[in-house]
Write a new protein. Sequence first.
Length: 293
Amino acid sequence: MQRRQKTTMFKDILIPISSEFYSKRVLRRGVFLAEKYQSKLYLLYIIEEKTLSQTDKVIKSYRTSSEIEETKKELINFQRQKADSIIFEDAKELLQNKKIPFEEKIIEGEFSEVVEKELGKNQYDLILMGFEKECLLHYRLLESVGIPIWVEGEGDNNKILAVCSNLAPNKKVPDMSVKLSETLGWELQMLYVVDIEDNVQVDEQGRRSNKKSEKDLLLKGQQFIEEMKDKKIPTRLVKGSLERETIVAAEDIDANLIIVGREQKKKGLLGIPVKNLKRKIAEKCKYSILFIN
């Protein structure tokens, strides 16, 4: 009960793991954050329906319905054994001799759908997950859920790159970045991107303005720089594509973590509509990313 009374950023962390993709780095990060924030970890293993459906299609032509059902049961049992013997055992090994509350669960379904349902049943402060480009997952939840999502990637340096832009309210990112930097003891650097592909200004309520001149956008960016100077946060101002400049800056400082806010980007190069911005950034970036939704 004492842990619940303490004010903390990530007191309940949901770690969804798909049967399509497992990275032990995610569990390690979960334990790391739980120790820092006195969190409880909830490990959710998802047996992907798509994998079961594909198996159905392959064997349907030469097996009876009862044989197909038996094969599905065998696959589900295999996945449950995998969860018990590998993933949950890894978690228990990492949690050994640590006073971290921990729960585990196995559910069949589609990754994003299962996570969304779980969020509807219980309150969590953070989703901590891996990301794999070459698999069946669509990662729809990156755009659909309203709590922070930490996508674990590479990087072992103690550096945070916090990204703000003309396309976001830029309130949560500075605040959470400073708190994370102080708690984790990591060096914080800020980047303000004037996205010239989508030249609007987003206000504190997340509303997009009419088209703005590059001069006006740069002026707003410079005002942000001055605000960060007063807070003694080193900040750079750049112009270009939000996605590209974020990745270039992260590689430049060899970041451990990139923090991205509620960017409302609608247009890309040559005015082409932008969809699934967060997924695009995750696909192109090798570092860990915290999406603040």
